[in-house]
Write a protein that binds this ligand. Structure first.
Ligand SMILES: Nc1nc2c(ncn2[C@@H]2O[C@@H]3COP(=O)(O)O[C@H]4[C@@H](O)[C@H](n5cnc6c(=O)[nH]c(N)nc65)O[C@@H]4COP(=O)(O)O[C@H]3[C@H]2O)c(=O)[nH]1
Length: 905
């Protein structure tokens, strides 16, 4: 095909070149050859005409001059007219002379006129002379002066006329000759034109023949060629032609037609065969359309499926045609139609429709824009998701959907990728038509055409609102305390770090407050978690009401809150704020109609004095808070370096305690317990001592709390239990077979699951019945989780051991619980006993405690009896057992044995 085109173009070019050349030749011939001759002839003709014209003019003016002369001769006696005629005469004489002069100009062009012209000039001059002579003889008074003067002029007046006539004749001859010459030239020119035209015609004919249709000369060959081209075209374009003449009833199906119907070249051709090639379901429709077209003489167009299959699918055809009358007078018609194989087109169309359906019905919103990023299409899901109609968006920039929540960097990176032909994925926050901002996960891809130019952008969106909600909830859970809505420990650390760097940058100060609610645990354990939770919620509300938005309030666990106050200003304003917090939190909490009291203990550390990072500031505030707890609670304390020193010391001690366990540096001292009635030793209390290699004997008051804190109390307590029961066994051997042994039980030991079994095992080891062992738990220990305590005690009681409630009076025992506790003994605290003599209040408490215990069926031991008066008071109030320095200090085993022996004797 391109070769064919190239050859036609080449021929056309050649043909045009020849045509132009010939035309150019023709024009050149016409204009250049004839132009100069024609111009010359034109000029000569104009000159002869002018000369002739001037000759006639000279003749006319000379005639007028003669006429003026005759007027003078005839009317010379009339004075009035004589002078005007004379004036005319002279005037006309001048005109004639100048005309003759003017004629002389033409003598250059026409030399033939020179002799008559010279003669004319001379005769006119002579005649003028004659006139003047005649005038001199002219008598005005004569009635007829003419004859007198006319004789002078006889013969002269005709000479110029004759000469002028000759002149005109010469010029006319000249002109005629030129005209002849022109005629001759024209004939020559026509001849040349004819020759040129003939050549041109010949050339055109040759070109036409050569270029366009040599087949005219070879019609048969041309017809075959044409038919082959048509057949080829039909094959390529998958079409065929069908011609039917109703007068002959003959069908003519082209090769293409036969091929589409999958028929042989010589196959029979008829309507029936054509219809037979259609799927049965299609035939009726085609028949109807063809007969309607024939009846109405309309053009027709119908598509149908053939019963010819490819890959299991029927092929599609389209039949288009025209019905024409063969003759106006007859009813016969001719149907000319073209059949197309449209299977490919239908398949493409089906696919397109499928894509369109997919586009329209895909659940995800889709937007398509053009290369200028103007919206050209959005699908139904898009319209639903963003509330806009497609018609509202066509031609607009997708920017109209922007909410302002997507940061500009996102758009920058998006366009950078798209321009580099890379798809972009990411979050876009778009605005719904109703103003609501919706987060989408978007994928935007550039679509390029065959020239690799971006033609479209396609954007798929996926609404991620739910994911974002879940994310927000997870974030909230991860960063917020679910009970109070305050920040949790994780967010506190972040926010605190942020505030510290801001403080560093702006050279501001910052305070960290560590807050712990006193007795909260007791409320929680005794009244229930519900009450505890309610108090925590109220604490959060109160803190929020006092503090600023910029302050950080967090709950880091249990009843512990951490507050950070960035840029608190002057120290006195910080103190005022802390007072406000303490006073606010001291106010009792109303829970389910009950007024519950819990006071705050607050430790404070300051940036930059007490630390420059969050860890040290938190630690120091915590230390300060512990110091408050140690010093009576319900107050606040600024961190001091000494507090850290104490901690440091505790840490060293902890290490030493560990060594002490390993090095076996502990020992037990025993303090006897004396029966009030019988004044005899009924029991011993085992009291631990630490025999430090350098520091000497260390009191339990000093190291037991550290052992508790560090957890070392467990191994220590196990050792005490073991040693104390062993001592019972030893004392039996020494004859003290009825003596009980009291041991102090630590909170951790008491709560440990193995405690019960451990006791049982140790008793068994030394073959000591349970009744010889007395377990001392403190009042506050027992009340910490009263229900649990009751349960544990019941378990222990099964071992037949006695339970003593130590330090009675110092805690907050509720009588209700006291009654329920399975205890045997109440140990009235030393502090009451010591002041019995001086403080009537203490005496009363002691006596009340004794009688209350007795009422409950409990034995009473008085601790710290130091004087006889105390002993007497206690005895008088029927105290069962006494213990104290009055009898003996705690003593090591061997010393005690000696003391016991002497006491017994
Ligand atoms: N001023 C004065 N004090 C008297 C008098 N009579 C006894 N004491 C002291 O009072 C304390 C009685 O022990 P506690 O109340 O159980 O108080 C004990 C107990 O709570 C704890 N403790 C001692 N040994 C152990 C132990 O083995 N395990 C545990 N968990 N704690 C122990 O250490 C605390 C102190 O023990 P100690 O220093 O031995 O002090 C003992 C004892 O020496 C007196 O007349 N006047």
């Amino acid at each position: 095909m391109p070769k064919l085109l190239t050859s036609i173009r080449l021929k056309l070019l050649l043909f045009l070149s020849v045509l132009l050349f010939t035309l150019g030749l023709f024009v050149f011939n016409y204009f250049s050859v004839n132009e100069s001759a024609w111009l010359h002839e034109k000029k000569v003709l104009q000159q002869t005409n002018l000369a002739i014209e001037l000759s006639y003019k000279t003749k006319s003016s000379f005639a007028s001059q003669l006429h003026a002369w005759k007027n003078i001769l005839l009317r010379g006696h009339i004075a009035k007219t004589y002078h005007s005629h004379l004036k005319d005469f002279y005037q006309l004489e001048r005109e004639t002379r100048s005309s003759i002069k003017a004629l002389k100009v033409f003598s250059k062009e026409f030399p033939q006129i020179t002799p008559p012209l010279n003669k004319l000039q001379a005769s006119h001059k002579e005649l003028g002379q004659q006139f003047r002579n005649a005038l001199r003889t002219f008598n005005e008074t004569d009635i007829d002066p003419g004859p007198a003067t006319d004789k002078f002029l006889q013969g002269y007046e005709e000479i110029p006329i004759t000469l002028l006539n000759d002149l005109v004749t010469i010029l006319q001859i000249e002109r005629n000759e030129f005209i002849k010459e022109i005629e001759l030239n024209k004939a020559e020119q026509q001849e040349r034109l004819l020759i040129s035209s003939t050549i041109l015609l010949l050339l055109l004919s040759a070109a036409y023949y050569w270029l366009l249709d040599r087949r005219i000369a070879k019609p048969a060959e041309q017809a075959t060629q044409l038919s082959s081209i048509i057949n080829h075209a039909e094959k390529v374009a998958k079409f065929g032609t069908w011609d039917w003449d109703s007068s002959t009833q003959k069908h003519h199906w082209s090769e293409g037609f036969l091929q589409i119907l999958n028929l042989e070249k010589r196959a029979e051709q008829s309507f029936a065969i054509f219809l037979d090639k259609l799927l049965p379901s299609e035939r009726k429709q085609v028949e109807v359309i063809l007969s309607q077209a024939r009846h109405n003489m309309n053009p027709f167009r119908v598509s149908a499926r053939l019963n010819i299959f490819h890959d299991g699918k029927p092929r599609y055809i389209e039949l288009r045609g025209q019905v024409t009358k063969l003759k106006a007078s007859s009813n016969h018609v001719r149907i000319t139609s073209i059949i197309y194989d449209i299977t490919d087109r239908v398949e493409i169309q089906d696919q397109l429709e499928l894509y369109l359906r997919l586009f329209e019905h895909t659940g995800e919103p889709v937007l398509i824009s053009n290369s200028k990023n103007e919206i050209i299409k959005v699908n139904r899901a898009f319209e639903e998701a963003l509330g806009y109609k497609q018609s509202d968006l066509i031609g607009k920039d997708p920017k109209v959907l922007a909410s302002g929540k997507t940061d500009p960097q996102t758009y920058e990176s998006l366009w950078r990728l798209l321009k580099n032909n890379i798809s972009w994925h990411g979050e876009l926050w778009n605005r719904h038509e109703n103003g609501k901002i919706i987060p989408f996960w978007a994928t935007i891809s550039p679509i390029r055409n065959n020239q690799n130019e971006i033609e479209n952008y396609i954007a798929n969106y996926s609404d991620i609102s739910q994911i974002k909600d879940v994310e927000a909830r997870i974030h909230k859970l991860a960063h917020q305390d679910s009970l109070t809505g305050l920040l949790n420990r994780l967010s506190l650390e972040d926010r605190l770090k942020q505030s510290i760097s801001e403080a560093k940058r702006n050279q501001h100060n910052l305070a960290v407050l560590f807050l712990d609610m006193d007795r909260f645990k007791i409320i929680n354990d005794t009244i229930g978690h519900h009450a505890g939770d309610e108090i925590l919620i109220q604490i959060a509300h109160r803190l929020k009401s006092i503090l600023r938005e910029s302050d950080i309030i967090s709950r880091i666990g249990g009843d512990e809150f951490v507050i950070a106050l960035p840029n608190y200003g002057e120290i006195y304003s910080l103190k005022n704020l802390i007072d406000k917090i303490i006073n606010e939190l001291r106010v009792p909490y109303m829970v389910d109609g009950n007024k519950l009291v819990s006071t705050p203990s607050l430790g404070i550390s300051l940036y930059p004095e007490d630390g420059t990072d969050s860890e040290s500031l938190m630690k120091n505030a915590d230390t300060a808070m512990y110091s408050v707890k140690e010093h009576g609670r319900n107050s606040y304390q600024f961190f001091k370096q000494e507090m850290n020193d104490v901690i440091q010391m505790k840490l060293i001690l902890e290490q030493e305690l560990l060594n002490a366990i390993e090095q076996n540096e502990f020992c037990l001292y025993y303090q006897p317990q004396i029966c009030g009635k019988e004044h005899k030793i009924i029991g011993l209390e085992a009291l631990i001592r630490w025999q430090h290699p350098e520091k000497g004997l260390i009191s339990p008051d000093f190291f037991i709390p550290i052992a508790e804190e560090s957890g070392l109390i467990i191994p220590i307590s196990q050792w005490v239990l073991h040693e104390a029961i062993k001592t019972i066994a030893n004392f039996k051997e020494f004859g003290f077979s009825n003596i009980t042994m009291a041991i102090n039980i630590s909170q951790q030991q008491f709560k440990s699951e193995s405690f019960h079994d451990e006791i049982a095992r140790t008793l068994k080891t030394f073959n000591i019945p349970g009744r010889f062992l007395e377990l001392e738990i403190t009042e506050s220990q027992a009340m910490e989780n009263a229900e649990q305590t009751i349960e544990i005690l019941h378990g222990l009681k099964k071992l037949n051991v006695s339970i003593a409630l130590d330090d009675f009076g110092t805690g907050y025992s509720s009588l209700a619980y006291l009654k329920r506790l399975p205890i045997d003994i109440v140990k009235v605290d030393r502090s009451f006993i010591q002041d019995i003599e001086h403080d009537s209040n203490d005496a009363e408490i002691s006596s009340a405690a004794i009688s209350l215990s007795h009422n409950l069926g409990l034995k009473v031991i008085a601790e710290g009896v130091e004087t006889e008066t105390q002993l007497a008071f206690l005895k008088s109030h029927n105290c069962d057992v006494m213990q104290g320095y009055f009898f003996s200090r705690p003593l090591p085993e061997n010393e005690l044995l000696a003391w016991m022996k002497s006491f017994a004797s």
